[in-house]
Design a protein around this ligand. Structure first.
Ligand code: R1P
Length: 289
């Protein structure tokens, strides 16, 4: 069994995981992930009991039950760099013995569902649509630092995508990972769109938004919108689904992302009153997780 020294896996003085500040006994098998720490209260408002609440930086967690089902909601903030922290520390809480610092002999699998917001890129995903990242394309590069990346990624899709959009070799190599198919079927039901979601490594330039700084490739979004791969088209942009799907798959956890579309990047529309759609989506995911 692997042993993890103090420098590699930091445990706080109170026995909690370094960034999440969660204790192993607080971990629930079913975890709803949201970006905004404030949205954790919205998710917990649907719980029938609240057992604990922990807050540190952007990581805010409330654990409890939903219709008797043990569940917790945790905020990850913005970006796949945070997802690297969240998935590694959740996995450590499940699969590392904090007293001995050894990997536990019995693997414990977690179910991680991110409920987020997103910008739509296609006419069939108008504002208000819940879109599942059936495939996630990571522009961020996080997964490329882990061994085994090629075994879990869709290499043919990656190649076709890079050729179609004339990917700039100065950018991190994009990676393409599937969400867990059983979760997609169960949580997606027949009322959510299955899509291909890009996780960008920034909100402005990396998603083709031009403010004062000109873009390296102003045509990139047009090429992304036109790209087709079998039955797949790229449906939306957000900033976390790729690392969530990739790291979870490498570790053996079940994960997926579903986002409510709050802006249409093609038609240049945004809906600042998106909270009802997000709240409805949260309740649906709580029912089905
Ligand atoms: C950017 O405004 C943030 O919103 C989206 C992006 O992924 C990014 O985190 O999702 P959340 O609403 O879940 O944070």
């Amino acid at each position: 069994m692997k042993h993890f020294p103090e420098s590699e896996f930091i445990i706080n003085a109170d026995g909690s995981a370094f960034h999440l500040h969660l204790l192993p006994e607080q971990l629930r098998d079913k975890v709803i992930l949201v970006g905004d720490p404030g949205r954790v209260d919205l998710v917990a408002s649907f719980f029938d009991t609240r057992d604990f609440e922990v807050s540190s930086r952007e990581f805010h967690t409330i654990g409890g039950t939903y219709k008797g089902k043990p569940v917790m909601c945790l905020s990850h903030g913005i970006g796949t760099d945070n997802i690297d922290i969240v998935v590694n520390e959740l996995d450590a809480l499940a699969n590392i013995d904090f007293a001995t610092r050894y990997e536990k002999p019995q693997f414990r699998q977690l179910t991680l569902v991110r409920v987020g917001t997103s910008g739509g890129l296609q006419p069939h995903v108008p504002i208000g649509t819940p879109v599942i990242a059936e495939k996630a394309i990571g522009f961020d590069g996080v997964l490329n630092f882990y061994a085994g990346r090629n075994e879990i990624c869709d290499l043919d899709f990656e190649k076709a995508f890079c050729e179609a959009v004339k990917w700039n070799p100065l950018w991190a190599a994009p990676y393409v990972v599937d969400s867990d198919p059983e979760l997609v079927a169960r949580i997606g039901g027949d009322d959510m769109v299955r899509g291909v979601t890009i996780s960008a490594n920034g909100f402005y330039g990396p998603q083709g938004r031009e403010l004062r700084l000109p873009l390296a490739d102003p045509e990139l979004n047009k090429k992304i919108e036109a790209f087709k791969y079998g039955r797949y088209v790229v449906t939306n942009y957000e900033m976390e689904s790729s690392a969530l799907a990739g790291l979870s798959k490498l570790m053996g956890h079940k994960a997926m992302t579903v986002c409510s579309i709050i802006a249409n990047r093609v038609a240049h529309h945004a809906n600042p009153n998106y909270k009802t759609a997000v709240s409805d989506l949260i309740q649906t995911v709580l029912e089905r997780i």
